[in-house]
Design a protein around this ligand. Sequence first.
Ligand SMILES: C[S@@+](CC[C@H](N)C(=O)[O-])C[C@H]1O[C@@H](n2cnc3c(N)ncnc32)[C@H](O)[C@@H]1O
Length: 363
Amino acid sequence: MNQTAQKLDTAYDPERAQAFADRIAQLINDGAVAVMISLGHRAGLFEALASLPPSDSHTIARRAGLAERYVREWLAALVTGGIVDYDPATRRYALPGEHGACLTRDAPLGNLAVYAQHVALMGQVQDHILERFRSGDGTRYEDYPCFHHMMAEDSGQTVVAQLFEQILPLVPGLRERLERGIAVLDAGCGRGEALIALARHFPESRFTGYDLCSDAIEDAARAARDAGLDNLSFGVRDLTDFDEQARYDLVTSFDAVHDQKAPADLIRRLHRSLRSQGTYLMQDIGGSAQLENNLDFPMAAFLYAISCVHCTPVSLGQGGEGLGTMWGWETAEAMLMDAGFDRVTRHVLPHDPMNVWFVSHKG
Ligand SMILES: C[S@@+](CC[C@H](N)C(=O)[O-])C[C@H]1O[C@@H](n2cnc3c(N)ncnc32)[C@H](O)[C@@H]1O
């Protein structure tokens, strides 16, 4: 036996090592299933399965408008992954109702397949990120295919779907102010779906959405035009040097501060853009700034992984601080206080355990 093998032999408990190896194998298997869930979501396969009685692969492929040979292989991955049921006697596949409840569009538990897309994206950008590990450079939003589409689906669930029932009530009296007519800014609006929903609901108020990315803003502006809204405008704007003074009564940002170049500076600028008695409503990731506090935080490893491949590098790519996804609610709260807000309250909503919602008032 050579020296290294000898050292290893005495350095670990073989039973625990085998149990850990089994866990890693399971993890790799589950990772592959996550990518298949992403693919199935994008291909509309879960909706096809949910709309059919137990069916063969030809029927499922036809319903989804896809090539049967690919669909059959996908089904096999999902059957062995424990997602889809299979009856070998009839060669029919079925998505149990309980599984459809978190894997289909408008699913009652929220569609978790939306988040599986992030796992697929991580694989897609791995080569870019590996280069950045070596060079220390950052990335640009354009380096992430479909990012804004995925984000719009994500915030469609955590923000838009709960806007009127859960989110607006966080700010007492806000609904009435919006009904009377106020000026609203959404900073880092992406495809602007939250703002479009608000503009439709509150015709007396005026809404502005700014984002760095022209492709997201083009989609937002098109959707606003299609909806025939004239109380809403979108603009491409790098908020790093944002300098509008006392123009808005409400500023919102949905998951759009932690990956900025300079989050503390942006929050100060947003504070300045509010009129007195104005409100800043900020949703951002709710983990702690301390790694050790996040061991039980919902989907913490997933969030750190997104941070590693996206949120940290896009901030670094703007010459920024790269605070990362898990910048921490403590950091956010301190920045809000330092910016001059005189009342800051923190909320966690039951439908959105990964995020924290801050309501901050300007005196
Ligand atoms: C995680 S996405 C959230 C998008 C949107 N609020 C939503 O909920 O779907 C963060 C957004 O911040 C925007 N952003 C990042 N840096 C920016 C900057 N310097 N100026 C303006 N927008 C920026 C990105 O383009 C992106 O759309």
